[in-house]
Design a protein around this ligand. Structure first.
Ligand code: ADP
Length: 319
């Protein structure tokens, strides 16, 4: 293999730049040429492809977002779109591709492999919802952003004796809510993977209030539904002054944490090694702090599971 390509796709996440840098530098270290594909699968279909050098990825390891930009590209779900992509890759003499993104982007990578084009997936999403890896690139940074926000909200909550509902991202996964709720000592954490009763949340709130607590923090994963609705219910049923904060896209930005930069560097380098070893249709991940790889079809077939022991711990510590 003499020439590879790299793209970022779907929702961006902090640390994607560090992963691009690792792919580019590791390839060049092995005398392989690297081409950057801009705007995800849209750029692949349009031929928005440029050669990258060592200097192309200088000064990006600490930056959020993605220097290759990202996009959602519905046309790539069609056979025609995919074949156009393969044709462009061949036109540029590219023999292997690294796709950095979430599970949607993985499906695109799976299709490319199915068309005979070796593709490796790197998990880049703040949601931590990719099976086959304990952590995705961007999750740790998003968590830190969330806890900084909750810490600030906690200060004002104490001053005013209020209940605060914080809605966090995560799509259908509750990982951001669970980890940030645990890290911030939230009274209740609502995630889509766990059934909850509103009555139980209300009685926890009442118990805390009767004990003299001046504030309560409830973290709600977006996959559960609207934090605003949950806040309304609390306000009405408890007659407790309640404020809702929807953190939104601040969670997707910012300089990646050390943990995300290191993870991105390790995964990016491993993806290139896999291509050099002749692998096709694999994903890289981290399990028990070791870098692993698995078949992309198998990875996509695995269910996302939330850590049950952490759910239990969060319950026990928020009595
Ligand atoms: P993420 O990668 O963050 O999960 P999306 O689900 O939006 O984000 O997927 C990103 C892109 O991946 C889509 O816009 C599309 O171009 C491509 N994609 C998603 N699903 C498929 C599929 N089934 N086949 C081919 N390409 C797909």
């Amino acid at each position: 293999m003499k020439r590879i390509g790299v793209l970022t796709s779907g929702g961006d996440s902090p640390g994607m730049n560090a992963a691009i840098r690792a792919v580019v530098r590791k390839a060049i270290y092995h005398d392989i040429e690297v081409y950057g594909i801009y705007h995800g699968y849209t750029g692949l279909m349009n031929g928005n492809i440029k050669k990258m050098e060592i200097g192309s990825v200088a000064d990006i390891i600490h930056r959020g977002g993605t220097m290759l930009y990202s996009a959602r590209c519905p046309e790539f779900k069609t056979l025609e779109g995919q074949l156009k992509g393969v044709e462009n890759l061949k036109k540029f003499g590219i023999e292997g591709l690294v796709v950095i993104g979430g599970d949607g982007s993985y499906r695109g990578a799976q299709k490319l492999t199915g068309h005979g084009f070796p593709t490796i997936g790197i998990p880049g999403t703040i949601d931590n919802d990719i099976p086959g890896t304990d952590f995705t690139i961007g999750f740790d940074t998003a968590l830190n952003t969330v806890i900084q926000a909750i810490d600030k909200i906690r200060d004002t909550a104490t001053s005013h004796e209020r209940t605060y509902v914080i809605e966090v991202m995560g799509r259908d996964a509750g990982d951001i809510a669970l980890w940030s709720g645990l890290a911030d000592g939230a009274e209740s954490i609502l995630i889509p993977e766990e059934k909850f009763e509103m009555a139980d949340i209300l009685s926890r709130l009442k118990r805390g209030h009767d004990r003299g607590k001046r504030h309560s923090i409830i973290v709600v994963a977006e996959g559960v539904g609207s934090g605003v609705e949950i806040g309304k219910q609390i306000q009405e049923e408890m007659n407790m002054e309640t404020r809702v904060t929807v953190l939104g896209h601040v969670q997707r930005g910012g300089s990646p944490t050390a943990s995300d930069r290191v993870l991105a560097s390790r995964l990016g380098a491993r993806a290139v090694e896999l291509l050099l070893e002749g692998a096709e249709g694999r994903t890289v991940g981290i399990q028990k702090n070791e870098i692993v790889d698995l078949d992309i079809n198998e990875a996509l077939a695995l269910p996302h599971e939330v850590n049950q022991k952490m759910c239990q711990l969060a319950r026990e510590l928020s009595i």
